[in-house]
Write a protein that binds this ligand. Structure first.
Ligand code: PMP
Length: 420
């Protein structure tokens, strides 16, 4: 009944076999009061399959070495694998090649790279940066602070009652003063899938760039940056079966060529004298110092893993689970769900149960092995707008099953009995 073979996939993720909970004050006692893990916190970080972990082990056991400057065999092998990983990630998102993909620590760093290297130079009084009310702090705080430093104005596209962007308002806000439109592709709180290609058209009509935050979209659906016509696009490895410490910034080659470096140092230079320096080719110009070599190689392994499943299938699975969760949670009058209807959202559902704080709910669920996120999900202004200090978010990935959503709903019933 699933678009993908969930049981086969689950076998690739040893962590899903573990149990959690139990009374740690009585170690060694026979009684096993632990429960199976139900991992529904995938929008924060996905789990890592054996194939990806093995790529890291292979690197450290087989050819660990610094890249780019070595003549010896290990360095050559590491360089080829690390550089090829850029091509592999580029191919995955429809970029033309490694020159358009800079490896960063995560989405946040990719956003800051553009804000510092482009924003500080190009923005000034009279300019505007257009964001949405549903931006993650990664883009909201970054552009807000760059605007403060440059005198540019930050504007926010409104959302409607269903958590969708008001496109009339977008058309109004994006005007001749606009130099950058920075929008989240799939909202990590509302689950809204934004019309980023339409927003790209609006941006380009006034000569502005568009930066798409793909942290929740690249892991969960097919993405083609050229089809969107994004100027910049960012995502994180740890949300798509990859390790932490690695993410990517896509940028159109001609824009990246024009941009100054963000970090200076070794590896990013071509020629240095005491007086001046020149820069290495793309993407290395933006990767100063020893890069995250193992993580970059493992990032490519994660992309291979997802490609084997097929991103259309991943998307279908996400949508199936999102709709199921939405429907199950909608059965209760005392649950408020945020964002668009169940058949029109990414694979996550944020909600509140009347009379129970999200953190209390999360602790009760944790006792039952259900891992979900409670808090503001790095969207504080959006939560203010929703009139909620916090919310509880369940988010799904390729190894989740409907039974796990049933476990979540059972947990909610326990919490209701305890608190409400
Ligand atoms: N944008 C969105 C929409 C996200 O969901 C996240 C992760 N919560 C980020 C940006 C930031 O990602 P990272 O922490 O990997 O930089």
């Amino acid at each position: 009944s699933y678009p993908i073979d969930v049981d086969t996939i689950r076998a690739d993720f040893p962590i899903l076999q573990r149990r959690v909970g139990g009374d740690i004050s009585t170690p060694g006692e026979d009684e096993d009061d632990t429960v199976p893990l139900v991992y529904l916190d995938n929008a924060a970080t996905s789990q890592t399959p054996k194939q990806v972990v093995e790529s890291i082990v292979d690197y450290y056991y087989g050819y660990n070495s610094n890249v780019h400057r070595g003549i010896h065999s290990l360095s050559q092998e590491a360089s080829v694998a690390y550089e090829d990983a850029h091509d592999r990630v580029a191919e995955f998102i429809g970029a033309s090649g490694r020159e358009e993909v800079v490896f960063t620590k995560n989405t946040t760093e990719a956003m800051n790279l553009v804000a510092y290297a482009w924003g500080l130079n190009e923005l000034g009084p009279g300019d505007s940066v257009v964001l949405t009310e549903m931006e993650h702090h990664a883009s909201l705080v970054t552009w807000q602070q760059i605007c403060k430093r440059t005198g540019a104005e930050a504007r926010f596209i409104r959302i409607d009652d269903d958590g969708r962007l008001d496109m009339d308002h977008a058309t109004e806000l994006i005007d001749d003063s606009t130099k950058m439109v920075s929008v989240v592709h799939v909202s990590n709180t509302l689950g809204t899938v934004n019309p980023v290609a339409d927003l790209a058209d609006l941006a380009h009509d006034v000569g502005a760039y568009i930066f798409v935050d793909g942290a929740q979209s690249v892991p969960t659906r097919p993405v083609d940056v050229k089809e969107i016509d994004a100027d910049f696009f960012a995502f994180s490895g740890h949300k798509m079966c990859g390790p932490t410490g690695i993410g990517a910034l896509y940028g159109k080659q001609e824009i990246l060529e024009e941009m100054d470096p963000y970090l200076y140092g070794g590896d990013m230079i071509r020629r240095v004298s005491y007086e001046d320096s020149s820069w290495e080719d793309l993407p290395w110009k933006f990767e100063a110092g020893t890069p995250p070599i193992a993580q970059g190689i493992a990032f490519a392994a994660a992309v291979d893993y997802l490609d084997d499943i097929g991103m259309e299938n991943v998307q279908a699975h996400e949508e199936l689970l999102a709709e199921y969760a939405y429907d199950r949670l909608s059965e209760f009058d005392d649950i408020e769900i945020y964002g668009p209807p169940g058949d029109d959202r990414g694979g996550l559902v944020a909600f509140n149960l009347d009379g129970v704080h999200a953190h209390d709910l999360s602790s009760i669920l944790n006792e039952q092995g259900v891992a979900i996120r409670a808090g503001d999900h790095c969207t504080q202004p959006l939560h203010d707008k929703l009139g909620a200090a916090a919310s509880t978010r369940a988010s799904f990935y390729i190894y989740n099953k409907k039974e796990e959503i049933d476990a979540l709903v059972e947990g909610l019933e326990v919490a209701r009995d305890l608190f409400a």
